[in-house]
Each structure stands twice: as C-alpha cells, then as structure tokens.
Design a protein around this ligand. Structure first.
Ligand code: SAH
Length: 390
C-alpha cells in the first residue's frame, strides 16, 4: 500500500480537521462507500431500490481542478493553501491526497517564484496586493494544463518573463490566463481575463468526445468516475436512435453531446453560464455534431418556453447544481411529459425533494437509482435516477 493510502485511511492527513475537505477520511474506503450507500437508501427509500454505489479503484489524486489562496505573514513569508472550513484563514498545503499531483506542484512553484518577481499576495482586509488565487485545470486524457493566475489588480509586471519561468519548470502547461478579481467577494474568479500564453482553454476527452474547457466553465472534477456516471445516464436514457433529447443544466454540453454520439436524433442544451455555452457550441463543432443546439438561459424559463410551444421532447436529461431544480422547471417538465427523465444529482437531499414533487404532481415514477462515488473521502454523493411516466 502506498504512503498516501496509509495516511488517508488513518485519517492522518496533517490538515484533516483544519481543511475540512475530506470529511470521511477517518473511514476506510469500503466504509465510506457503505456510509454513502446507506445515506442514499435512507433519503430515497420511498422511491425504489438503490443499486450498489459504484466506487473508484484508486480513490486518490482524482481532482483535475485545484485551486489555492495566498497570504504573506508579518515576516514576509508566503503561504498557499485552502481556506479553513467556514473561515477566511488560509491553511498551508503543498500537496493533497485527492488533488492532481502536478497541479499541486505547479501551485508551489508559482508561490516560490513570487519573491524573485517582486509580486505580492492579495490581502482581503486591506484589499491591496497582487496574487489572490491560483487555479490549475488539467485534462487527464490530453495532458493539457491550464494555469489561471487570479489577481487583485490588472497590472502584471514582467508577465511574459513570469510565464516563461513557470513554463521552463512545467512545459506541460499549455495555457496561462490572468483573471482579474478586484471585488470584495467569496468568488474565486472575476469577470475580466486575458490570455497570457496559449489558447486560453484546455481540452479533455470523455466517453469518446472531445471537450473544450475555459477557466470559468463547469467541468466534472473526477474524470474517471464521470465516465462511469455518464455511462449510466446514457444507459438510463435508453436511446433507440431518433429521440429528441433535452440536456438541461448542460455546462459545456458533455451529456448532450455523448447522447448525440449514442444515436439521439436531435439534442437541445440549456445552460446559464455564457462561457460554458460558448464552449458547448465549439465542442459540438469540433466533434462534427450537427444535430445539437445550445441556448444560454435559466433552465426553468427555457423549459417553460419549450412547453408553451408544444415541442415534442422524448428524453430530458437534467443535471442541476446542489440546490436542485426549481418548481418552475419541474412544472414545465410535467407539461412536456417526455417518456424518460434522467436526473443526475450532486445532492441527494434536493434530489429527494424534487422526486417527491414529481411524484405528488405527476405520473412520473422512479425506475432506477444509481449512486456513483465521484468525490471519495468527502461527504458529497452523486446519483443518477431514471424516471418514466406511468
Ligand atoms: N451537465 C454538466 C454540468 C452540470 S453542473 C456536466 O456534467 O458537466 C450544473 C450546471 O448548471 C452548471 O454548469 C451551472 O452553470 C448550471 N446552472 C446553474 N443554475 C442554472 C439555471 N438556473 N439554469 C441553467 N443552468 C444553470
């Protein structure tokens, strides 16, 4: 057993309590899976049988997106790490057992380069200083790496030399972006950004489709398990070849594009984040998929408009954020009455609430409940549920 496995299984990560990210690391991995299985069974027991959770073979270093905050102490020493849970105090971290190793190494290297470039770190109290956060995204299948430097001010002295210096150490970095976030906010990324090197995005491959990922677009953080999750979602959709599929909360279009690849006749995607929609449109082109359209907007509003136009939709695949869906969306869903609904959820509590609403107000009944462990060592649980109309 590797060192990292021993550490995490003993719950002995040095910052276990302070970081708060891996809430379940005091349990062995099989115990974690059992814990998640029981939780889903308890929350969804009135709806049907829960299939055994699909766990990871090697549940370490799975995160393809890593971010760090920065601070400088009174002696001028610079630290990088994560916020202590519920606070804005930074817990110093150089490596983490669930994060990509290369991403962690890049963050440490950025920190070490700062003094020689006379670059300061941002102070949230005084709202002065330069570097606020570093975000690294990596395409596991393509090995492309994006480095995003989030700065409090737009002026970046010697930026070209800084990019050269970091790329000399990590030639794997294929693009560098400066994102400017001057606001008093908890959000990591600001609105403005400029590409300092490369294309400004990375690409990755999932289920045979190639995806463009921009700094602000949502992309699943565990690509190994994402293939398992999407595989189940496609299986539950039961596509025969001519269906119209609506991919709601579609992000960069992953689920819809994979459905198109698996024979859907026509796919319509809707997503709130403009950058993600632009990625989705590019992704459809790059994969030569002509039968797919993406729209920017609120999924609930969009569904209502589609329902009012009496469009025929055969399958709705929905993947809302943790807050779940809205009654507006679910009302429109019932009006559209697709024969199959595939609900991908990252929060079983809001999933249970939404399933309850559907059961009370329509003939939709749960056919399958499949939990997938997308976030080993953390308390987060992903599920995919198949519903059909009775
Ligand atoms: N299906 C995608 C993304 C899922 S994450 C994938 O698997 O990669 C949820 C997505 O919902 C995010 O991209 C977020 O920007 C989007 N979103 C959040 N609220 C929304 C709303 N009200 N309407 C449409 N999209 C929304």
């Amino acid at each position: 057993m590797s060192q990292s496995k021993t550490n995490i299984q003993n719950g002995s990560c040095p910052v276990y309590k302070k970081c708060g990210g891996c809430q379940l690391q005091n349990l062995s991995y099989p115990e974690q899976l059992q814990f998640k299985q029981r939780k889903v069974e308890k929350l969804l027991k009135g709806f049907g049988k829960t299939e055994p959770i699909l766990g990871m073979k090697n549940p370490y270093h799975y995160r393809n997106k890593v971010q760090a905050a920065f601070r400088t102490d009174r002696n001028g020493k610079i630290y990088s790490g994560v916020y202590q849970s519920g606070t804005h105090r930074i817990v110093s971290i150089d490596s983490c057992q669930i994060e990509d190793r290369l991403a962690d190494e890049i963050i440490v290297a950025v920190r070490k380069l700062l003094p020689s470039f006379h670059l300061t770190t941002y102070n949230e109290d005084t709202r002065k200083g330069f570097l606020r956060h570093v975000l690294v995204k990596r395409g596991f299948a393509t090995n492309e790496v994006m480095l995003v430097l989030v700065t409090g001010t737009p002026v970046f002295p010697s930026k070209n030399n800084f990019v050269k210096a970091i790329r000399r150490q990590f030639p794997q970095i294929t693009t560098v972006v400066q994102n400017i976030n001057p606001y008093a906010t908890n959000l990591v990324l600001g609105e403005r950004q400029s590409v300092l090197y490369g294309k400004g995005y990375i690409e990755d491959v999932l289920c045979g489709c190639r995806f463009r990922i921009s700094p602000k677009s949502f992309y699943q953080i565990n690509p190994v398990q994402t293939e398992v999750l999407y595989g189940k979602a496609i299986e539950f959709a039961g596509l025969k070849g001519d269906e119209t599929v609506l991919d709601a909360y579609c992000g960069i279009g992953t689920i819809g594009m994979i459905a198109a690849r698996h024979g859907a006749g026509r796919v319509v995607g809707v997503e709130l984040n403009g950058e993600a929609v632009r990625d989705a449109i590019q992704n459809a082109k790059a994969n030569a998929l002509k039968n797919i359209r993406f729209y920017k907007g609120d999924a609930g509003d969009f569904m209502q408009a589609v329902a009012e136009e009496n469009e025929k939709i055969d399958v709705v695949m929905m993947d809302p954020p943790r807050a779940g869906s809205s009654e507006e969306f679910l009302d429109a869903l019932m009006k559209l009455s697709p024969k199959t609904v595939v609900y991908v959820s990252c929060n079983p509590e809001t999933l249970a609430r939404d399933l309850q609403y559907l059961r009370q107000n329509s003939g939709y009944r749960v056919q399958k409940i499949q939990p997938v462990d997308m976030f080993p060592h953390t308390q987060h649980i992903e599920c995919v549920v198949k519903l059909s109309i009775q």
